[in-house]
Each structure stands twice: as C-alpha cells, then as structure tokens.
Design a protein around this ligand. Structure first.
Ligand code: 5GP
Ligand code: ZN
Length: 142
C-alpha cells in the first residue's frame, strides 16, 4: 500500500497504479507525468502528484511543490520534442473552473502560432474603487 492518500475510484490513481494504461513520460517517488488522452494541442501532457488530492485548495503545499518542481524540466522536454516555442501551464480547480478529474493535475499545453487552439482570454479593467476592500478581505484570510 502506498503511504499517500489514494482513491480507488479515481482514474488518475488507477493510472499511477498501472491498472489503466497511459503514455507515461516521467515517474519518480512522488510524481507521475503522461500524455493527455484528449490533447488540446500536440504534446499536451499532465503532471500529477501520486498523492490523491483534488485541488490547490486542499493539497498540502509541499505535495503541490513536488509536482510543480518537475514542470520546468518536463516543459522543456515537451517543447523540444514537439518543436513548440511556448506553452500554457495550468491547473483547473473545481468544476466551475473546468476540472473534470478530481485528482490535481498540472496541464502542460505546448503552443505554436499555427496550432489553431484559442482561449477566449478577455480581460476587463480592474475596479480600482473596490480593489482596496478586496485586498483587505483577502489579506485578512491569509
Ligand atoms: P481537467 O478538465 O480536469 O482539468 O482535465 C482532465 C484531463 O484529463 C483532460 O484533458 C482529459 O483529456 C484527461 N483525461 C481524462 N481521462 C484520462 C485518461 O484516462 N487518460 C489520460 N491520459 N488522460 C485523461
Ligand atoms: Zn486520484
């Protein structure tokens, strides 16, 4: 039995355990990385802690840090292998934020100018009137 939390119903825990096949690109004592089954772009990969935690709101910081620490090397290898010059690194946390698998995973999504992938990244001006109160509310909870 592993000495970290697992969920027998979790598809990513099953992948780590080898019960479901994956295209593994990296594994060590704490982290597993593999190709996404539904790539948004060529080379889209997932980096996951072996410990089962759902989101950044619930994972121990050091467990997230271990997975994040592998991202620079993995991202460089993905870009070198695919020829993409850029990438997104992102984590969806919660269903409203598009999370569908509730085992925290870091997406590495290689990007090229001609890959046809778009994110509607439409920014809005920060409301400077209400920002100080918001900052205060956040800081009070740290
Ligand atoms: P989320 O929407 O939760 O941030 O991302 C979940 C990702 O996991 C999706 O990109 C989806 O394609 C991927 N995924 C879901 N099931 C499997 C699977 O069984 N194998 C692999 N390799 N990826 C999966
Ligand atoms: Zn899991």
């Amino acid at each position: 039995m592993p000495d970290h939390p697992t969920d027998p119903d979790c598809i990513f825990c099953k992948i780590i355990a080898g019960q479901i096949p994956s295209f593994k690109i990296y594994e060590d004592e704490a982290v597993f990385a593999f190709l996404d089954i539904g790539p948004l772009t060529h080379g889209h990969a997932l980096v996951i802690p072996k410990a089962h935690h759902a989101t950044v709101m619930t994972i121990p910081p050091e467990t997230l840090a271990a997975a994040a620490a592998r991202v620079p090397t993995l991202a460089k290898a993905l870009l070198a292998a695919t020829g993409a010059p850029a990438c997104h690194v992102l984590i969806n946390n919660g269903e409203e934020a598009l999370q569908s698998v509730h085992h925290l995973h870091i997406h590495i999504i290689p990007r090229s100018s001609d890959d046809g992938f778009t994110i509607p990244w439409k920014t809005t001006p920060l409301d400077k009137q209400s920002a100080p109160a918001l900052v205060q509310q956040i800081r009070a909870r740290l």
